[in-house]
Write a protein that binds this ligand. Structure first.
Ligand code: THU
Length: 130
């Protein structure tokens, strides 16, 4: 199964009764394992979590720490893009050149490198004076 198909499949399990916007993410880790995640909303809206966060949590729980490729999909008019917070979360674990495929259910795709999603990312070196 392709990474985008894995993201599409897990999207079906998203719990999104408040936004009705289901998102699925699949990522490949350096070990070759594929981890998936979907958004999980909450009646206390800020407690909801994004699909990217779910996939990253599954990866860490599975013992991997390096993302080599990511796919994200939603039923959006244009390919869905990760929110700002998730860009920072992805940057923590993905090589800057890691490929991210952003897709819509209708089949449109945008492909970028993770680094291009977050110019000026906050990185550990900025805390060197601390
Ligand atoms: N959402 C994600 O899970 N990932 C994205 O890349 C964009 C937004 C979720 C959060 C919320 O459950 C819903 O989509 C609407 O914002």
């Amino acid at each position: 199964m392709s990474l985008i198909d894995a993201a599409k499949a897990v999207r079906e399990n998203a719990y999104a009764p408040y936004s009705n916007f289901k998102v699925g993410v699949a990522l490949t880790a350096k070990s070759g394992a594929v981890y998936v995640g979907c958004n999980v909303e909450n009646v206390a809206y800020p407690e909801g979590t994004c699909a990217e966060a779910g996939a990253i949590a599954a990866m860490i729980a599975g013992g991997d720490t390096q993302i080599t490729e990511i796919a994200v999909i939603a039923d959006s008019p244009v390919p869905v893009t990760p929110c700002g917070g998730c860009r920072q979360k992805l940057f923590e674990f993905a090589a800057p050149e890691a490929k991210i495929t952003m897709a819509s259910l209708s089949g449109e795709q945008t492909i970028m490198a993770v680094a291009d999603l977050l110019p000026g990312a906050f990185v550990k070196a900025q805390m060197d004076n601390a």
